[in-house]
Design a protein around this ligand. Structure first.
Ligand SMILES: [Mg+2]
Ligand SMILES: [Zn+2]
Length: 198
């Protein structure tokens, strides 16, 4: 495994943990067109809380093209994200920010993953150092996002992860720096790496 650059190389900028949403934090259900379809995976709250306690900014980056497709309103996405923050807050965890692409795939926007726009915007807004940050995801499409944004990709085996790993682990041009069973194992991997660098 390659060694990871230290945040000390970029004074004043912080590493962050970016998280995909569907299949990584919550159960992969297809389009989440009602808040009742949003179900947190069992380790999501403790994993995010551990990252909070480690002092790492935690930022969700998610494609929700169902808004542009007319499957749900942009307001529904906001409602789901308020619900997510409420569920976390009840157990002492929080997301520092959520960045969403609401556009259709053919809209030509610069934010729909695997384009890096959501991560670049978050880095500019929050003063984050992408070169020592992580993106945790359940699909190789998003391992490509990590490569495009210059962050370290971690694949979890929840959501689409297990099937994607079997299909792509020796063929996809972009590969994760680590494969974790779930978000908690990914969080522990990241925290251990940060501790090694400290
Ligand atoms: Mg996903
Ligand atoms: Zn977009």
């Amino acid at each position: 495994m390659k060694s990871l650059p230290s945040p000390k190389n970029n004074p004043g900028q912080r590493p962050a943990v970016f998280l995909d949403r569907d299949g990584t934090i919550n159960e992969e259900m297809g389009y989440i067109n009602h808040v009742s379809r949003f179900r947190l995976l069992p380790d999501a709250v403790p994993a995010i809380r551990r990252l909070n306690e480690a002092g790492l900014p935690v930022v969700v980056v998610t494609n929700q093209s169902g808004a542009a497709r007319g499957y749900f309103s942009p307001a529904l996405v906001e409602e789901v994200h308020r619900h997510l923050q409420d569920l976390l807050a009840r157990e002492g965890a929080r997301l520092d920010a959520i960045y969403t692409c609401l556009h259709a795939p053919d809209a030509g926007c610069s934010c729909r993953k695997p384009k890096p726009g959501l991560l670049l915007q978050a880095a500019a807004d929050l003063g984050l150092d992408l070169s020592c940050s992580y993106l945790v995801v359940d699909r190789y499409m998003d391992i490509q996002t990590a490569a495009n944004a210059g962050v370290h990709g971690i694949l979890v085996l929840t959501g689409y992860g297990l099937g994607e790993y079997k299909l792509f682990h020796d063929s996809h041009p972009a590969q994760p720096v680590h494969v974790a069973a779930n978000l908690m194992e990914a969080a522990e991997f990241i925290i251990n790496k940060e501790r090694d660098l400290a």
